[in-house]
Design a protein around this ligand. Structure first.
Ligand SMILES: [Zn+2]
Length: 382
């Protein structure tokens, strides 16, 4: 079976896509609960959305029709998405979501329920989901997304079909950038390496000069931390960079989605807006507003990935591993840092970045964590 077009957006996951295609081929007996796992950037929600589009599109996932486009911008009535800005998904959010799962599909044959951060549920909240996962109404299909299986309760794991995503190689990500965005091979490879194969970040670095400048600034600021005062001011700069990056990113997406929606509805400047069109626009705007509160988290996440890459480079030089640097453009600075700090300090820096990344992902407001990271990263001889 030829993969429907919607799956072309999902790169380097041939096994996962093949399994979903086999399922679609069986058509009338699609399994009712799925779990997509993979690290951030591996495309787990993209895969869930592609699967959803393949199921609700009358042409099986053409990527061009109204249904596919509605899934893409998040306003298809039969594809419901639960994502949260909070540390945890609340029990109320889940029970409301379960109620929606019991309604009949409006346009399609299926009602798809996507939970984007399924790892953010307390045990009590997870338990509420169990029954729905086991016996949803006919036509309802659950798709949970999480970093790894171990983030979920065993009782949930045993009720879902699992699809594991792998991290694509730098070369695979670079190939996608060249093919899809016509960037030069050199820029594509650099961006993919710098983003450490995070597809979304790599695409942004390759296609957006400001994003590249923001990234250099992050590394420059951190490399210049020598004492406590410079650590605290670096932490402030990083936070501002994360915010402005997040805002810019959502701004670009908002505009693109709005334009796409206008084109789909055939609206020009002087079209008179009917109530139905107005309500569709309102729905899109609401979804966009919700996303903007998530943007700071995404901005921070990109910074942590960049910092992890920096210290991985330092360690590679210290160990003389001959590994290609993630930041070849900073070769001199990285060598000098590798001399200034010990291997133990470099390893400690990486551990600390991971720890703060995990904690701030759950609580972006805890800026003291960022201060403590900056203090750890100051350049000092052991
Ligand atoms: Zn379609």
């Amino acid at each position: 079976m030829v993969a429907p077009r919607v799956f072309r957006e999902v790169i380097s996951q041939p096994e996962a896509v093949a399994e979903l295609l086999r399922e679609i081929e069986k058509s009338n007996q699609i399994h009712h609960a799925w779990l997509f796992t993979g690290p951030p950037g591996s495309g787990r929600s993209e895969l869930a959305f592609a699967f959803a589009a393949a199921l609700v599109c009358p042409a099986g996932g053409c990527a061009e029709c109204n249904a596919c486009s509605m899934v893409r911008v998040g306003n298809h009535p039969d594809v419901q998405v639960l994502n949260t800005e909070r540390v945890q998904i609340s029990i109320d959010e889940v029970s409301e979501f379960i109620e929606k799962s019991e309604q009949m599909p409006a346009l399609a044959n299926y009602r798809i329920m996507i939970v984007e951060d399924a790892d953010r549920m307390a045990e009590r909240t997870s338990n509420l989901l169990l029954k729905s996962l086991e016996e949803p109404p006919r036509g309802t299909i659950w798709m949970l997304c999480a970093p790894s299986e171990s983030d979920l309760l065993p009782t949930i794991r045993s009720r879902v079909r699992r699809i594991m995503l792998k991290v694509p190689s730098v070369e695979e990500v670079a190939r996608l950038l060249v093919e899809k965005y016509s960037v030069s091979e050199n820029l594509a490879l650099t961006s993919a390496a710098q983003a450490q194969s995070h597809v979304g970040m790599a695409r942004r670095l390759a296609t957006n000069l400001q994003a590249r400048e923001r990234r250099s600034k992050v590394l420059e600021v951190v490399l210049a931390i020598t004492d406590l005062p410079s650590a605290i001011s670096a932490s402030e700069v990083l936070l501002k960079l994360a915010e402005s990056d997040g805002q810019q990113l959502t701004g670009e997406l908002d505009e693109q989605e709005r334009a796409e929606m206008m084109a789909r509805l055939g609206i020009t400047e002087d079209t008179k807006l009917t109530p139905s069109i107005r309500s569709q626009i309102k729905k899109l705007e609401d979804a966009q507003k919700k996303r903007s509160t998530r943007s700071k988290r995404d901005g921070l996440d990109r910074i942590f990935v960049d910092l992890m890459g920096l210290y991985r480079d330092v360690l590679a030089i210290q160990l003389g591993s001959g590994q290609k640097l993630i930041n070849p453009d900073l070769d001199g600075e990285i060598r000098s840092l590798a001399k200034d700090i010990s291997q133990a300090q470099a390893i400690h820096a990486i551990e600390k970045i991971q720890q703060v990344r995990y904690r701030m992902d759950r609580n972006v407001k805890d800026t003291l964590l960022l201060d403590s990271l900056a203090v750890t990263l100051r350049r000092r001889k052991s």
